[in-house]
Design a binder for this molecule. Structure first.
Ligand SMILES: [Zn+2]
Length: 392
């Protein structure tokens, strides 16, 4: 940590104090952890960013995880960066009511900023986000750049849980932010389309810290790469078709089996499945899998059918852990929104029609390709026709 108490005043490691000054403060025995009030020692070495550590190991409510040098460096840099822009800035401010200690806290705006480098599971993430919400504090996460890898233009691989912190910009598209303290650089990820647990199609905008305003971090950028996203999405669909037969994940095994018993091959799934329909990302399972399954269910149901019937079927598979919902605590929505969004898409393709609040009727049969070449051809046609990326 970078903050301690000395004679009941907050002191921190972001300034110019010398090693000797810190050690003489420590010798008075008055250098304490602001949260648990136990003694801390200044660590003023040459390998790590100077910081404080508890003198004896013990439970401290203010410590959530061990801090690496990368994290300490990033936190300090972000603090300096924000100091030039904001007033009433607090480093490691302890919010006693919820026992949480955001890396940086903007006092006037009730806004917590977390710099996340360590691995955090979805439940921990969610409970921290809800913690802030419970006391009316806005929160945002900036991730360590080490957590993201660029696979190719507009294609990134993230840590498994990064998407949990995704928010929607004012155009409704998902975004995340990354920061590298070594290069003093931000990477703003915009127009994110998740394609698996870790892989996303997105636009990355790089900024030197000195050129970035705080507000830009939560803003949208004008998308210029619709064609590219469309192309990447189609490539992904191709990959799904080419690899489904050897994929052994529970969801794919299940849907493969269901299709097999109905004389269909998963490789030749309908071109209407695997679409980034509105809200599709609330279901984490690959869209080609859950959408193929819904198409199959719609086929089996008599017409008219209800939204509820499809929801129940999805719910059943989620309880069995065959399908997975994606938790997005900042967004208002759940797997039902994904199903509804997909039905809207099918309606736009004239497959079904909503006849009242509850009922849908089938209008024409779902198309299925007979060969792989035919499938690739249809995928291209449907994605173009649907202007798919307007859905998201
Ligand atoms: Zn403590």
């Amino acid at each position: 940590m970078l903050v301690a108490l000395y004679e009941n005043q907050f002191v921190d490691m972001t300034g110019e104090s010398s090693k000797e000054q810190w050690y003489s403060k420590m010798r008075t025995g008055m250098l304490l952890c602001p949260v648990c009030k136990n003694k801390v020692i200044p660590k003023c070495g040459s390998k790590k960013v100077w910081h404080f550590a508890h003198q004896s190991q013990g439970a401290c409510a203010g410590l959530h995880e061990a801090e690496t040098n990368y994290h300490l460096m990033g936190k300090k840099s972000l603090f300096h960066w924000l100091m030039k822009k904001e007033e009433n800035l607090y480093l490691e401010h302890y919010l006693r009511d919820i026992a949480q200690r955001p890396d940086i806290y903007l006092g006037e705006k009730n806004h917590a900023i977390e710099y996340q480098c360590a691995t955090l599971n979805v439940d921990m993430f969610t409970s921290r986000i809800y913690g802030y919400q419970s006391i009316g504090v806005e929160s945002d996460w900036i991730f360590g750049m080490k957590r993201i890898k660029k696979k190719r233009e507009n294609l990134y691989s993230l840590q498994m849980t990064d998407l949990t912190a995704a928010k929607r910009d004012k155009t409704g598209k998902l975004y995340l932010n990354y920061f590298c303290p070594l290069q003093q650089q931000f990477l703003l990820l915009r127009n994110i389309l998740p394609i698996s647990q870790r892989k996303v199609i997105a636009e990355g905008y790089t900024f030197a810290a000195k050129n970035l305003e705080l507000s830009m971090m939560f803003d949208s950028f004008n998308s210029k790469s619709y064609k590219y996203q469309n192309l990447l999405w189609n490539n992904q669909k191709k990959t799904w078709r080419m690899t489904a037969y050897k994929n052994v994940s529970p969801s794919i095994m299940y849907v493969k089996k269901v299709m097999y018993f109905n004389h269909r091959s998963i490789t030749l799934f309908s071109p209407l499945a695997g679409m980034p329909s509105y809200n599709y990302y609330f279901i984490e399972t690959s869209p080609y899998i859950w959408q193929s399954y819904l198409l199959f269910i719609i086929d089996k149901l008599s017409s008219p059918f209800t939204l509820q019937q499809l929801e129940n079927e999805c719910k059943r598979l989620m309880v069995k852990r065959i399908f997975q919902e994606r938790k997005l605590p900042y967004l208002n929505g759940n797997y039902q929104c994904a199903i509804k969004g997909y039905l809207n898409y099918l309606e736009s393709e004239n497959i079904i029609e909503q006849i009242n609040d509850i009922h849908y009727k089938k209008k024409r049969p779902v198309p299925y390709p007979k060969t792989l070449d035919e499938a690739f051809e249809q995928d291209k046609i449907f994605s173009k026709k649907a202007v798919i990326f307007d859905f998201v």
